[in-house]
Design a binder for this molecule. Structure first.
Ligand SMILES: [Zn+2]
Length: 325
């Protein structure tokens, strides 16, 4: 099928889970009780995605706080700081590297297996990439950033292989930090290569935030099948770059602005996909929102995805009609 639909990863956490996580961190709730609620929230996320009619599902990341801290908490070699301020008013616990980084046990495999058991559609395995893990932590142990990044790559690679063994047909390795330091892209490419080499699953990396002009077309050397990019938020400006240097991989085409409360219209989304089809082939494109949906409400997330799926379906039918004639 052309133009399959998916999402980038996160969904808003329901109120009962936000409260339960706070209790857990204050020592007032056990890990098992938290897990019961995470399972309930995951069931709701899967149900929402089935209702909307997405083709490739995600588990919604109900068990994660921050995308880097979550993995650091579950590896050896990290200590987690108190709350640190990041962008604007967002606070998170920053990981500090205090020893050799190692994966001790499966980190996401149990969550993946549970979520996949709830649906017959393919579910993406979701990981944070080694470069972003290193970039968003304090390094107080390694002599060089490169050594830290490559040890993280080894850890993430083991997790990816176990996700594949558990049945993941798609594995997404998020590297949002890549676009913020163009001078280190070679290292990011090498580290991601260490993660994806030998995998048979389709590999995706999600990148956002930065100045793409500075890392394109170099970006195309990332050793993954698909690069997932935000498009709607920047009015599809990147397509101009693709006109100069053709985009040679599959693309996750972000057609929903995750920073806006406003629900896109079907026409807007169709227009965006069609703009992209002016420079990309239908076989290259998977349609999704610009980024994770965790900052939107549940209702906004569902409404936005609904519009996205309907718009994509109409473009798909138009394309298939044209092929048949
Ligand atoms: Zn993003």
């Amino acid at each position: 099928m052309i133009l399959p639909t998916t999402t980038v990863g996160s969904f808003p956490k329901p109120g009962y889970l936000v409260r339960a996580r706070a209790k857990y961190y204050q020592g007032e709730l056990s890990k098992d009780d938290l897990w019961e609620l995470e399972k309930r929230a995951t069931e709701e996320v899967i149900e929402l995605q089935e209702d909307v009619g997405l083709d490739i599902l995600v588990d919604g990341e109900m068990y994660r706080g921050d995308m880097v801290t979550f993995f650091a908490e579950n590896m050896e070699g990290f200590r987690i700081s108190g709350l640190v301020r990041s962008y604007g008013n967002r606070y998170y616990r920053k990981p500090i590297v205090v020893g050799r980084v190692k994966r001790l046990r499966p980190i996401t495999v149990g969550y993946f297996t549970f979520a996949q058991s709830l649906t017959s559609k393919p579910l993406k395995g979701m990981l944070t990439g080694p470069y972003t893990m290193a970039e968003w932590s304090f390094n107080e142990y390694y002599g060089s950033k490169e050594d830290l990044v490559m040890d993280l790559a080894e850890a993430v690679s083991r997790e990816a292989k176990e996700l594949e063994e558990a049945g993941a047909k798609w594995i997404q390795i998020d590297e949002p930090a890549i676009s913020t330091r163009p001078e280190e892209i070679e290292l990011a490419i090498r580290a991601l290569g260490a993660v994806t080499s030998g995998l048979r699953a389709k590999t995706v990396t999600h990148i956002c935030y930065g100045e793409f002009e500075k890392i394109y077309p170099k970006l195309l050397e990332l050793p993954v099948d698909q690069i997932d990019l935000e498009m709607a938020n920047s009015n599809y400006d990147l397509l101009g770059l693709f006109r100069v240097h053709p985009f040679t991989k599959e693309i996750g085409l972000g057609v929903i602005d995750v920073h806006s409360h406003l629900i896109e219209t079907k026409e807007e989304v169709k227009e965006g996909i069609k703009k992209a089809l002016g420079v990309l082939s239908p076989q290259q494109i998977t349609v999704d929102p610009d980024c994770g949906l965790k900052t939107r409400t549940w209702e906004e997330s569902k409404a936005k995805l609904q519009v996205m799926v309907e718009a994509t379906k109409e473009v798909r039918e138009e394309l298939e009609g044209r092929l048949k004639r």
